[in-house]
Write a protein that binds this ligand. Structure first.
Ligand code: AMP
Ligand code: ZN
Length: 111
């Protein structure tokens, strides 16, 4: 399978890694939409975060735990997480990921 994020996990595409565990990888988004913009992904391939939650709720929890730890490590007081699910919701890479963004204000509703 030709998956960009699987190649990031196996190291064949270099990225700026923020944190890596046995099950989860976090790296800086190549096109940041905020001063902090980190992607947190499962090392195993799933199509989106909904599929992770269905197949392995413990892994979904681990992804959220790593996300929260990174926000804390970076000293963020306010931050937003986003899991675009499906093309019309803005998903462009079909390997599950959470966007962690902080360091600016965010509008709500997001539009
Ligand atoms: P989404 O549109 O929710 O699927 O998010 C995919 C994200 O992956 C976008 O924010 C892209 O900027 C980011 N992205 C794509 N290629 C890379 C890459 N090589 N390294 C880091 N981030 C990437
Ligand atoms: Zn993948």
């Amino acid at each position: 399978m030709d998956c960009l994020f699987c190649k990031i996990v196996d190291g064949s595409i270099p990225v700026s890694i923020v944190k890596q565990t046995e099950k989860v990888t976090a790296f800086n988004d190549i096109s940041p939409q905020a001063p902090t913009h980190v992607l947190i992904i499962p090392n195993q391939h799933f199509e989106n975060m909904g599929r992770v939650a269905e197949a392995d709720p413990e892994l979904a929890g681990e992804i959220l735990k790593v996300t929260s730890a990174i926000a804390k490590d970076l000293g963020l007081e306010s931050w937003r997480i986003n899991a675009n699910t499906g093309a019309s919701a803005g998903q462009s890479v079909f390997h599950a990921h959470i966007h962690l963004m902080g360091g600016r204000t965010f509008a709500w509703p997001p539009g």
